[in-house]
Design a protein around this ligand. Structure first.
Ligand code: SAH
Length: 249
């Protein structure tokens, strides 16, 4: 199995592929003032196996398109869409977030949790705006510094992994410069990382290693996830996901 197949195999078993929670998705939605009397057109970008899409489907009168570029994640989601009776509300679509097959101004709401970094925050907010209707809403979670200064070790690590990591004030400025109006902002609490993401991940390590006969590649993947968790535990006061809730002007 190549490295990407291993990553997919490890993460597709999870309820979510990044930090977050039902409560924080609902909290973000609460700032959007969406019209309950029309069937909303909603896009979930980088949906993974659908952690956010299922919250949207439960809460909204909406047709939801869940986009991810990994068909394996969408296959897991599709099975749940059928099992949970959401076939009339959620459609999964395999496409890349930087090359979306939609008409301009088609969506009332675009949501993307823990995924925009794959194309870059600035590139994503500029490109995705095309697909929002006027006054359409957008909810984005993005890795964010929670303080103005931080240890050099942490700074070096993140700037190497994701050079666009920045403070919320700078991210909000970028959104405003891109002609979005800020509706709200909050930081994801620790439970979103540990209880909902890292602890379930740790609980999968042994079965994953057994399944792959403790291959060097599987051990390397587990090791790198362990390092990511250790980094979070050491430096969690300095970064989190920020939840940005905005409106297209
Ligand atoms: N929103 C989900 C998944 C977050 S993980 C959750 O919060 O649980 C990031 C997701 O983005 C993964 O599912 C990954 O496959 C997807 N992704 C990465 N690059 C992508 C791209 N270029 N186009 C579409 N999806 C992409």
């Amino acid at each position: 199995m190549d490295d990407l197949s291993l990553i997919i195999d490890f993460h597709k078993e999870a309820g979510r592929q990044g930090p977050g929670s039902v409560q924080t998705t609902l909290k973000a939605l609460s700032f959007c003032d969406l019209d309950p009397n029309t069937t909303l057109k909603v896009l979930d970008i980088g949906s993974g196996t659908g952690s956010s899409s299922f919250v949207l489907a439960k809460m909204l009168n909406a047709e939801i398109i869940a986009v991810d570029f990994l068909q394996e994640f969408l296959d897991v989601m599709q099975k749940q869409i059928e099992e949970r009776g959401y076939s009339d509300k959620i459609m999964s679509l395999c496409a890349s977030m930087d090359d979306l097959p939609f008409k301009k101004e088609s969506f009332d709401l675009i949501l993307s949790e823990g995924a925009i970094y794959n194309m870059g925050f600035l590139e994503g907010i500029r490109y995705w705006k095309n697909f929002l209707k006027p006054h359409g809403k957008m909810i984005i979670s993005e890795i964010t510094w929670t303080t103005n200064n931080r240890p050099q070790e942490l700074q070096d690590f993140w700037v190497n992994v994701y050079p666009q990591i920045d403070t919320a004030s700078n991210k909000i400025k970028q959104l405003e410069e891109c002609e979005y109006r800020t509706l709200s902002y909050f930081t994801l609490p620790e439970d979103c990382w540990l209880k909902n993401y890292y602890i379930p991940m740790q609980n999968r390590f042994d079965a994953f290693l057994d399944k792959h006969n403790h291959s060097d590649e599987a051990k390397a993947l587990v090791e790198s996830e362990k390092q990511e968790i250790a980094l979070y535990e050491k430096f969690k006061n300095y970064y989190s996901y920020g939840m940005y809730i905005v409106e297209k002007i």
